[in-house]
Design a protein around this ligand. Structure first.
Ligand code: ARG
Length: 568
């Protein structure tokens, strides 16, 4: 499609004789229709050109030559030059494009770029909690969007499957394993064993010693310890996969922390050579005082490695294996300091700067209920599988009330319930804490997943009433020049740019907000305009626009990980 910003920037560049990309970057999109579709601010030029911005603007305006078919009007307001896109041409560009491709907005701009996304990463033998859900959802959306833009993406589930807690679990299982049915209910039962062995460790130093030995044995490859560790891991994964199945999550690699156990000695060696690794109370640390941070512990006083060391080994491995341009880490903001430390120490690994510059933490906020932290009545963590199933049940109840005749209610309820939970995770700027409230997230009229699905379903039923999508050749865009239609067309035109903005900030909420705007624009259009009409030309144009809206809503929602029902 035409890139208007680029067309405008090229013309201005000719007049000013400065770099096009610089100009393109400074072109803005004014809010509200009065100031046009694009605006070029002349304030920054004032100093160099020794002229007042409005004069510069006038001057540029008279000198540029823009095709009236593309830009129908140019106005100077203050220090701005405002450009008005030719609506008719824009409408036919956009609809033509929709008709030609199944994958509207898809692009190749990421070709030859490698992105690694580290997300989800629950801990073995511990519950998969609501924070991991957020990581899974945000990471998954980024994964889909980067891919759609042509990047080569690797999704990694960096499972928490290593550390002294496994020595404890092994010891507990050795002692009381036969009392617990861990095959039936692995996470709950392993948690009970973990609590019990922790208690025993507190009471008896010798037991703690045994636990530490077990972990050491596990690191050294002892068959019994390894077998148990594998059993715990398999059972936990089986549980986690139930959640991933409901969400439709996908990972290219399941290399968890344990995968790096044989890759840490090299890291320690390199750090030792760098001369920066120092002893402190028996531990080996990198001092980060000059960076105003607590030290990064590389090896504990008992010789065992840390979460940070494993992340350093993972950086090395990922640089070598995936040659990444960007490596993203999606976790809650509680780990901001951890990643700051790790990224700082990574500079000592002797890797090309490309890699250390590509490391990026993508933090997100907490999930809270209206009255505080998210937990069940007994104060236990909420189980995700239960939460998702509750969402599905609640969605089903609403559907039963609204549309008792609907076929395959189960399937629709799943899409609506799960979609509501996913959308809620992505609805606002990710660093904000999120409020989890059933009535809000399932409100069909709110800024929610179900609202987007509902709008999509509406587009489908309009098309059904009209007897199908008209051929693009039957569409006369002159019927789509009113404000309601224009607003929609402009939004659809902006879709690809919206996806690019998501990747620039690693902020899926930019796409969520966009979908809400598009759904609202369609609702306004629908309320103001009669679509099914005596006038077939008018009907064809409006039905086609309806089809375009549905197409973009569906692609956008799928990129966020939300499935669209055809009816609801
Ligand atoms: N397992 C960790 C947790 O539950 C998250 C791991 C994130 N990824 C990483 N490379 N450190 O908090």
């Amino acid at each position: 499609m035409i890139n208007y910003k680029n067309v405008i920037a090229n013309e201005i560049a000719k007049v000013l004789k400065i770099d096009v990309t610089e100009i393109e970057k400074s072109i803005e999109k004014p809010k509200g229709v009065a100031n046009g579709d694009y605006a070029f601010p002349c304030f920054r030029l004032a100093k160099e050109l020794r002229k007042a911005p409005p004069m510069i603007a006038e001057d540029i305006k008279t000198k540029i030559e823009l095709d009236k078919k593309l830009i129908e009007n140019i106005e100077v307001v203050g220090g701005y030059i405002n450009f008005f896109v030719n609506k008719e041409n824009l409408a036919s560009e956009v609809l033509q494009n929709i008709s030609e491709t199944k994958e509207y907005g898809k692009s190749e701009i990421g070709k030859d770029k490698n992105i690694v996304i580290d997300y989800s990463a629950p801990n073995i033998a511990k519950p998969f909690h609501i924070g991991h859900l957020r990581s899974t959802v945000i990471g998954g959306a980024l994964y889909n969007i980067y891919k759609y833009l042509g990047y080569h993406v690797t999704g990694i589930n960096h499972l928490g499957d290593y550390g002294t807690q496994f020595g404890k679990l092994i010891e507990g299982y050795k002692r009381w394993g036969n009392e617990y049915n861990i095959d039936e209910n692995p996470i709950d039962e392993l948690t009970k064993i973990y609590i019990r062995i922790n208690q025993a460790c507190k009471e008896d130093e010798k037991i703690l010693e045994e636990c530490r030995n077990n972990f050491k044995k596990l690191e050294d490859g002892d068959p019994y310890c390894k077998e148990l560790w594998e059993k715990f891991k398999d059972l936990s994964l089986k549980e986690f996969k139930k959640v991933y199945d409901i969400l439709g999550s996908h990972f290219d690699s399941w290399n968890g922390e344990a995968f790096y156990s044989d890759k840490m000695p090299e890291i320690i060696q390199i750090l030792e050579k760098s001369g920066q690794l120092v002893e402190s109370e028996g531990a080996k640390i990198i001092d980060l005082e000059d960076k105003n941070m607590a030290p990064c512990i590389i090896e504990k006083s008992n010789g065992s490695t840390t979460y940070a060391t494993r992340d350093l080994a993972a950086i090395m491995y990922r640089a070598r294996t995936y040659d990444f341009d960007k490596a993203l880490y999606v976790t809650s903001y509680e780990q901001i300091l951890h990643f700051k430390q790790v990224f700082e120490v990574a500079k000592l690994l002797g890797l090309p700067e490309k890699y250390t510059n590509g490391l990026e933490h993508v933090p997100f906020g907490m999930v809270l209920t209206k009255d505080g932290k998210m937990s069940t009545r007994e104060g236990k963590v909420i189980k995700l599988e239960e939460l998702l199933n509750e969402a599905i049940q609640r969605a089903k109840k609403i559907i039963e009330e609204k549309n008792p005749e609907l076929e395959n209610k189960e399937e629709t309820a799943k899409k609506v319930g799960v979609g509501a939970v996913i959308f809620n995770d992505l609805a606002n700027s990710r660093v904000k804490d999120e409020i989890f409230d059933w009535d809000t997230i399932l409100n069909f009229q709110g800024e929610t997943g179900p609202y987007i699905q509902y709008t999509y379903v509406r587009t489908r039923s309009v098309i059904e009433k009209a007897g199908g999508v008209p051929d693009i050749k039957e569409v006369d865009v002159n019927y789509l020049l009113d404000d309601f239609s224009s607003r929609i067309i402009k939004l659809i035109y902006d879709f690809e740019e919206t996806l690019i903005q998501v990747t620039e900030k690693n902020e899926p909420s930019i796409l969520s907000r966009y979908l809400i705007d598009l759904a609202k624009a369609y609702s306004n259009f629908y309320n103001e305009n009669k679509i099914i009409s005596e006038d077939k030309n008018l009907q064809n144009a409006r039905v086609y626009l309806t089809y375009a809206v549905g197409t973009v809503l569906k692609i956008g929602a799928q990129l966020l990980g939300i499935e669209m029902p055809e009816k609801m």
